[in-house]
Design a protein around this ligand. Structure first.
Ligand SMILES: *Cc1c(COP(=O)(O)O)cnc(C)c1O
Length: 367
């Protein structure tokens, strides 16, 4: 079986985890601080605030916007539910806007019609490891005085026109869940250049407590542990090299899959450094098999694949019927992407033979 993702931790992680175990300090301390300091450069920001997950990082980011009832955030319906769950948790009303079929991110040309006097944030999701169209999104946000919170949970180290994701908008949110390009098992990070926001994110992360029992506002316990930080630090040191391996695998897949009718390989857009969290193809009507048939045929041949995501969030009853989710418009691109997309293994531990096998099986099935 060739798995869709793989976690490999080495001697450096073991060493650092042991150091934590022997120190007796398990709750957030020096190691978390060290993890934050090492992470900030990947987003190109001055500050990085660790959290217990990508979801809680997003909740913190939305909370510091001080949303009032009725205040809206605009985001994509073609994302992991955490983007929306976090916004709802922080009191936002969520307005969905359709995406593009080349980068799977928010379609900036639809934003002007979607924003209004209640819009407080635009939340682009850098899906699969490629940046959304940030120059266009930032231009609309800035001309309307709206904040941008980047969901960079799938895009550690990705950039657009030389700017790292997570450092372009007011805040960026990252995840270190098991399958992400950097993992701590569970974990997250908020990045920002705003020192006041960073201070407030830190406060809210730990019950709103400035010093022992000095509470400034009601907060949470969203802290990361020292053990998790110890697993994350060595991976940051090797992130660039691992991303290069993902890119090499992606290039080989794209070359090998060229010309197969009905199979659209990922578009590497000009100026965007894709970090290939997922290598996602589209299976269109011209294909010999539809997407679901291809997924099960590949799995029968021992090739793990995934569908991210099988439905637009706008189509789930729990969101469609939610009083704070606005989905009045049809979103044709998100809907067709949900029918067409599937992800193939691209992780750094694929061997050259693994890639050859993936290509051979797809050629046999669709060529
Ligand atoms: C993984 C992910 C999250 C949530 O991160 P967790 O660490 O699982 O809470 C949010 N948004 C997107 C796009 C993700 O892929």
């Amino acid at each position: 079986m060739i798995p869709i993702s793989k976690v490999e931790l080495g001697a450096a992680e073991e060493e650092l985890v042991l150091q934590v175990l022997r120190s007796g300090q398990l709750a957030q301390g020096f190691m978390v601080e060290r993890f934050e300091r090492s992470f900030a450069p990947f987003a190109g920001t001055e500050h990085a605030v660790a959290a217990s997950s990508g979801t809680t990082a997003l909740v913190l980011a939305f909370r510091v916007l001080d949303l009032q009832p009725g205040d809206e955030i605009v985001t994509s319906p073609f994302t992991f539910a955490a983007t929306v769950n976090a916004a709802l948790e922080a009191g936002a009303t969520v307005r969905f806007v359709d995406i593009r079929s080349d980068d799977f991110g928010l379609d900036a040309s639809l934003l002007d019609a979607a924003v209004n006097e209640r819009t407080r944030a635009i939340v682009p999701v850098h899906l699969y490891g490629q940046a959304a169209n940030m120059p266009a999104i930032m231009a609309i946000a800035e001309s309307n005085g709206i904040a941008v919170v980047e969901d960079a949970c799938q895009a550690h180290g990705a950039s657009i026109d030389g700017s790292s994701v997570g450092g372009i908008g007011l805040m960026g949110c990252f995840s270190f869940y098991a399958t992400k390009n950097v993992t701590t098992g569970e974990g997250g990070m908020v990045t920002t250049n705003d020192g006041c926001l960073a201070d407030r994110l830190r406060l809210l992360r730990a019950q709103g407590m400035r010093r022992r029992y000095e509470f400034e506002e009601p907060g949470y316990n969203y802290r990361l542990t020292e053990l998790q930080a110890a697993i994350g630090i060595p991976q940051l040191e090797r992130l660039h090299e691992r991303t290069e391996r993902r890119r090499r695998n992606a290039t080989r897949l794209t070359n090998g899959l060229a010309g197969i009718p009905g199979l659209v390989t990922p578009v590497a857009l000009l100026g965007r450094d894709h970090v290939y969290h997922q290598y996602t193809v589209r299976v269109t009507a011209e294909s010999r098999m539809n997407r679901d048939e291809l997924v099960s045929a590949l799995e029968d041949h021992g090739i793990g694949c995934g569908v991210y995501y099988p439905r637009s969030l706008a189509h789930y009853d729990c969101y469609r019927q939610h009083p704070r989710v606005l989905t009045d418009e049809r979103m044709p691109i998100a809907e067709s992407m949900a029918r067409e997309v599937m992800s193939l293994p691209v992780h750094p531990w694929l061997t050259s033979d693994d890639v050859d096998e993936v290509l051979a099986v797809i050629q046999k099935l669709l060529g």
